[in-house]
Each structure stands twice: as C-alpha cells, then as structure tokens.
Write a protein that binds this ligand. Structure first.
Ligand SMILES: *Cc1c(COP(=O)(O)O)cnc(C)c1O
Length: 475
C-alpha cells in the first residue's frame, strides 16, 4: 500500500493516461478489457474530485489520491461490476418453495439436462422424420401418462397458462367463477385482472364464504364460455363455508355444452400422503372429476423449472396451441430439458422423495433437522464469537408458493441473538442480518423477536454453509 498523499489540489490527481500505463492497470486490462478499465478509472476519478471539493475546506487525509490507491479502487469497482447478479443463496427462511428465492431447487439430473440442451438441440426438430417438430412433443407423453389427460401443452408459467386458456376459450364471452375464488397470488397475479386482459367478462357468483351449484346454474346463459374453478391456494376460508365440488360443476357445464376448467396452482403429480405430507389436489383427480382443462405450475410442488402446464381434452388443447399468443408464451429449450428430466423421476414414485429436492426437503423429519441443528450450533457459535448467542429452537416451516397455506411442518432452527444493551439491539441485529446476506452465497433467514432465525430444513450443504462463515469475522 502506498502512503496516503495529502493533497487538496485536483491537479495532484494522476491523469487517465498515466494511470492506464501502470502495471496494475495493465493487469486489469488483461482481465477485463480496456473499455471496462477506462470506465472504472473514470468513475473513481470523478468520485475523488467530488470528495475533494466537498472536503476542501476541512481535512482530507483519509482520501488516497495515489496511483496505487486509485487503481485499487478501480479494481474493486470492476470486481463488483463483473460479479454475477444472480447468485446461489442458502434459503433458511423456512419457506421451502420461496418465490423470491427461485421456488423449487432442481435435481442434478435436470441441471445436467439443461447443460446438454444449452447448445444446438432438437427442440423443434423431428429427428425421426428429419423435419420441423413441435416443442411440446418432448413432454406431452410424460404429462399424459402422469395426469391421465388426453393432451398437454407447456407455457412460461401458470399465470401464462391461465391467460392463454381464458383468451382461447373465453374471449368476448363470460366466464363464471365463485366469488370466494377471486384470488390474488403474490406478484400481482389477480384472477379478475387476468380475466380482463384475456378479453373475458368475469361473472362472479355466490358469496365470499359460500357458493352453491344453483348460483352457477342461475348464471349460465348464451354468453357463457366456461365454468372455472380456482384452487384458493394461498389462503383458507374457515367456518361457515360451502364450495361446489368439481364433479358437480363438470356435470353442470357439460349439461350446457360448455367446458369446465380448473386452475390448480401447485398441482402435485402424485399423492402427497405417500410421503407423510398433507393432501394436495392432483391434476389427475380434477381430470377424473370431469374437468376439461387443468392448469398448474412447474416450479411449485412438482419440483421442476418455472413453467405452466395445461392438460385436458385434446380438441381444447389443440385450440390453445393454435392461439397466436402461444408463441409469445412458449418455453425455451433449457426449460424443456429440465422439465423432461424431472418428469422422468416421476416414473418411479418410490425413489422420488430421495431424488427430487423439493419433496426431499418437504418430507425431511423434524428429528433429522434437529440433529443438523445440534451439529451446526457450536460451529456457528465459534465463528460468531461472544457477541451473538446461538440457540437451538423448534420452529415450523411452510411449503410456500401458495401450497397448503394452513399446513405447517415441524422443523428446527438456529436462533442468533446479538448480545447488546437493549438500546443497541436493533442496530446489532440489522448488522448481523446484513452480514449473513453479504456472504458469497448469501444466507437468508427470517427475523423474529429481535433474533435472526435460520430454519435448517432446506440446508443440505452443511460444509459449504460453515466454510463461508469464516468470512463473517472479518467483515
Ligand atoms: C401460483 C398460482 C398461480 C400462478 O402461477 P405461476 O406459475 O406463479 O405463474 C395461478 N393460480 C394459482 C391458483 C396459483 O396457486
């Protein structure tokens, strides 16, 4: 480190040309290219000039105007600029399918498939016939087998699936939905808004807590395009409630020659009870109940990549595929590769809980998580020093992404509490939370009652987690 130069005269700042001839600048140029280094040097220089003019009258001994100092700052600027914005994080929030943290973590087989498909691939090419193919062909067979549906098509996410379905079957017509199901899902997906954008007229029936078959029957008219049921996935209405069963709605719709469609949201492909988890409706059940079309997400309970899946009657799926909007909402080859790899795991449901991360994390026992907490508590404590107490607590995880909103999974967590006088507690906690968030693989927990809670349900890479905690002491 060169000695700090005390100067308040801007002319003391070395010129850009001189800086770029320095060995340190040449090394940076080799790594990042000349244009980027030039930009970074200019950024540092203009910030120095600003600092100078604002500190002119006072003391500026802390400002380093030396050539080495300036280039060291430029290196920091370049490092920050070139660091990937999207990073791996440790999701210790206790919400397994966390929308802000990327929902389902993909299995290794899916990651390998994505890498393999990333270059040129036969995404829309029929290798047997040597001509143009359909990108849905890679997936449709699997989805038909797993849901019992006649046909399937895939789009960007479930919101897109609902939009496309409504626009195809209900444009300029009425769609009848129970008032209790006009839900909003995080990130501004609201059923009434999607309906409007799809060009449909929403016809609400029933009341918030109770809707009966006769409400639907009374609303069906000449302009009715379809009956729709939306799985109220992210909340529960309890108490004096009534909803119309899918079978009844299907019969009613078919008596009037209109389709009955279900937006399932999560849409698990196998019975969750198999794995000791609460029941979640499956597309196969809706199809068996008479639904003509069902939509669900690929990255919720299914445990795959972000996408939306539409299954059901072949004639209706064919109409959806012909809608020009389908082209705007289609999935890319990398998504198709990942989804195909995940669906293949479903061929053997017995090994699913071991091979599919989402299910493995959801089915993980509280005892297993508690054992991890016992292993990790002393390691974490050692690295945080005496200013933070680390205790093992019982907690509850949730599934997330609107699946089973009232069900909780027993879990275990580390509770990190700064040891400070009451007055400085909030600042100390904020600093602790920020230091975990600033790690190379940021650790995201939740804050509760003046402590940082790290739910360990989703922590599988314990060694990686511990290794980077060494960095906390120096920060
Ligand atoms: C999650 C959800 C959606 C939106 O699905 P995305 O895949 O996030 O676009 C739509 N409807 C229901 C019922 C949902 O639970």
């Amino acid at each position: 480190m060169s000695p700090t130069v005390k100067k308040s005269n801007p002319s003391a700042i070395p010129s850009v040309d001189r800086l770029l001839r320095d060995d340190a600048a040449i090394a940076l140029t080799d790594q990042y290219g000349r244009a980027a280094v030039l930009d970074a040097v200019r950024v540092v220089l203009s910030s120095l000039r600003r600092q100078m003019s604002s500190q002119d009258a006072t003391d500026n001994t802390s400002v380093d105007y030396s050539q080495d100092g300036i280039l060291a700052r430029a290196a920091t600027v370049l490092e920050a600029l070139m660091a990937p914005s999207l990073k791996r994080v440790f999701n210790l929030t206790g919400t397994v399918l966390h929308t802000n943290l990327g929902r389902a973590p993909l299995p290794d087989v899916a990651i390998a498939a994505m890498v393999a498909a990333a270059g040129a691939s036969n995404v829309e090419y029929d290798l047997a016939k040597g001509r143009r193919g359909d990108r849905d062909d890679h997936l449709e067979g699997w989805i038909k087998r797993l849901t019992g549906a006649e046909a399937a098509t895939i789009v960007n996410n479930n919101a897109a699936a609902v939009l496309l379905l409504l626009n195809t079957l209900g444009q300029d017509k009425e769609v009848i939905v129970s008032r209790g199901e006009l839900i909003e899902i995080g990130g501004a997906f609201r059923i009434p808004d999607i309906m409007t954008r799809a060009g449909c007229v929403l016809r609400e029936v029933g009341t918030t807590n109770r809707t009966h078959a006769k409400d639907f029957a009374g609303a069906i008219g000449e302009d009715t395009a379809l009956l729709m049921k939306v799985h109220a996935s992210n909340y529960a209405i309890e108490g004096f409630t009534a909803a119309v069963p899918e079978k009844t709605l299907a019969t009613l719709a078919h008596d009037h020659d209109i389709p009955f469609v279900v937006d399932l949201g999560a849409g698990m492909l196998v019975e969750m009870e198999r794995f000791g988890l609460p029941h979640e409706p499956t597309p196969a059940e809706s199809i068996a109940d008479g639904a003509d079309l069902v939509t669900f997400s690929g990255d919720k309970l299914l445990g795959g990549p972000q996408c939306g899946i539409i299954v059901g009657r072949a004639d209706l799926v064919a109409r959806i595929k012909e809608n020009p909007m389908k082209r705007a909402l289609r999935v890319d080859k990398v998504t198709i590769a990942a989804l195909e790899a995940v669906l293949r795991l479903y061929a053997d449901p017995d090994s699913l809980v071991e091979k599919l991360p989402t299910l493995r994390l959801l089915a993980r026992s509280a005892e297993d998580i508690e054992a991890a907490a016992r292993r990790l508590a002393p390691e974490v404590s050692k690295r945080l020093g005496s200013s933070v107490t680390v205790s093992l607590i019982a907690c509850q995880s949730q599934i997330g992404s609107g699946s089973l909103p009232v069900d909780r999974l027993e879990s275990a967590a580390l509770e990190l509490r700064p040891v400070t006088p009451a007055k400085g507690a909030a600042a100390a906690l904020r600093q602790l939370v920020e230091s975990f968030r600033s790690l190379p693989a940021p650790v995201i927990g939740r804050v509760r009652e003046n402590a940082l809670i790290l739910d360990l349900r989703c922590l599988e890479d314990e060694a990686g987690f511990i290794a980077q905690l060494d960095g906390l002491l120096n920060s």
